[in-house]
Each structure stands twice: as structure tokens, then as C-alpha cells.
Design a protein around this ligand. Structure first.
Ligand code: SAM
Length: 214
């Protein structure tokens, strides 16, 4: 928890909620230990969708499809979503959820490891939502830069690693040190990349919002 829990409870108490189906999918996911974007992150995503109105969205990390359905639902413009997932158990659940939402034509789930899938994708996207294995973000970045349209927005979730990111390498438990190093590199790249303007927000587990210069 990177923000005092009482602030989060208060802020989330102001949330006006989602559609019934999204509430159901979120509850099912949480009951079965499937991670979904946190309420505070949902609020930010709703705002950015409203401002950006993306026509083509790419998501890395589908899980059971909650955020893909969420983005399609709260985007004021007609859009398609391409979403990548490699965990076999979650893929059929995501597909069922896309059917439940009547969005199976608008949301394309690409099965496989994003490292390979991203290389094979072409065309450009005006919003890319990165929500997969944190240690891989830095490896995805060259592909993401190729796929992100000029003026496009890149949102990356879970970048503050429950607060670990500010700790020295030696204060982080050994098995998290590689992720810690890679995430710091990723944040440095995003904030110093000549084609990007990036802000880091301590929202949820931390998000970055980057705009690719036109
Ligand atoms: C945090 S969850 C995604 C949650 C989802 N975006 C939501 O809010 O509903 C991350 C997902 O990314 C998947 N993932 C992690 N690394 C991946 C990779 N290299 N390629 C494809 N999927 C990956 C995991 O299996 C997991 O289901």
C-alpha cells in the first residue's frame, strides 16, 4: 500500500460504480484471486478514456478480461481492443466474459507471450495499457514505441511495486531485485525518452501516463 489506506477508502467511497456486468466480473475475479485494476486506477482510466477517446486500444495482460471490457465500456468512442494473455487457465474465462459483454467482435484476445506477440503486431494504437509481468515492461518498450501512434497514450500499471521502488536494492528481498532493477530502468526510460512526455502517479500501485510526441 503506497498511500495511507484511509485516503484510499475515502476516495473509493466517492466512486460511482461500474456497470452490473463489470461489478460481477470484478467480484468473480477477486473471489478467485485473479488480479484486476484497482478502483483508483479504474477512475483514472475512465478519465483518460474520456479525454483521449481512443479508436484502437492495445492491452498487455488480459487476465479474465475485466479491464478490456472496462475500457470498451467507458470509451465514449467506438473502438476495438486487442489484448494479450499467456496464462492458459485465464484465456477461456476471458473469452466467456467478452461474450457475456457482447463484445467478442470488438475485443480480440491474442494468446501467447507478449514478448513474441508484440513483435508480430502491426498497425498503430492510440492507447496502450501495460498491465502484465512488471519485470518485462522494459523488454516490451521498443515494441510499444513502434506500435504507439504519435500523440498516443501509454499507461503502465503497478510501477511502484507496493512501495519497493523507492527502496535501495539491498532493502528489497532477493527474489524481487531483478524486477526492482528493471522497473527502475523502465521508469527512467519513460521519463527520459526523447519521444515521450511521462508523469508518474502514486495511484493504486502506481501508474505512469506517457504521451508520444506528435
Ligand atoms: C495484473 S493481470 C492483468 C489484469 C487485467 N488487466 C485487468 O485489470 O482485468 C496481469 C496478466 O498479465 C499476464 N501476463 C504476464 N506476463 C505476460 C506476458 N509476458 N505475456 C502475456 N501475458 C502476460 C498474466 O498472466 C496476468 O493474467
Amino acid at each position: 500500500m503506497i498511500v495511507d489506506e484511509r485516503f484510499i477508502t475515502y476516495i473509493n467511497s466517492l466512486d460511482s460504480g461500474n456497470t452490473k456486468l463489470l461489478e460481477e466480473i470484478e467480484a468473480e475475479a477477486l473471489r478467485t484471486d485473479v488480479p484486476v485494476i484497482r478502483k483508483e486506477t479504474q477512475a483514472c482510466l475512465k478519465l483518460f478514456l474520456t479525454l483521449k477517446k481512443p479508436k484502437r486500444i492495445l492491452e498487455v495482460g488480459t487476465a479474465v478480461g475485466f479491464s478490456a471490457i472496462f475500457m470498451k465500456t467507458y470509451n465514449p468512442t467506438e473502438c476495438t481492443v486487442t489484448t494479450i494473455e499467456n496464462y492458459e487457465k485465464r484465456i477461456p474465462i476471458a473469452r466467456t466474459n467478452f461474450r457475456r459483454a457482447g463484445m467478442e467482435d470488438a475485443i480480440t484476445l491474442v494468446e501467447g507471450d507478449a514478448t513474441q506477440v508484440l513483435q508480430q503486431l502491426d498497425g498503430t494504437y492510440d492507447l496502450i495499457f501495460m498491465d502484465a509481468a512488471k519485470g518485462q515492461y522494459i523488454h516490451f518498450l521498443p515494441h510499444v514505441m513502434r506500435l504507439l501512434q504519435k500523440d498516443g497514450m501509454l499507461i503502465s500499471d503497478n510501477i511502484l511495486q507496493d512501495g519497493d521502488i523507492i527502496e535501495s536494492r539491498y532493502a528489497v528481498i532477493r527474489r524481487n531485485r531483478t524486477i526492482h532493477r528493471r522497473m527502475r530502468r523502465y521508469l527512467y526510460e519513460l521519463t527520459h525518452h526523447e519521444q515521450l512526455v511521462t508523469a508518474v502517479f502514486p495511484v493504486g500501485d502506481g501508474i505512469t501516463v506517457s504521451s508520444k510526441k506528435a
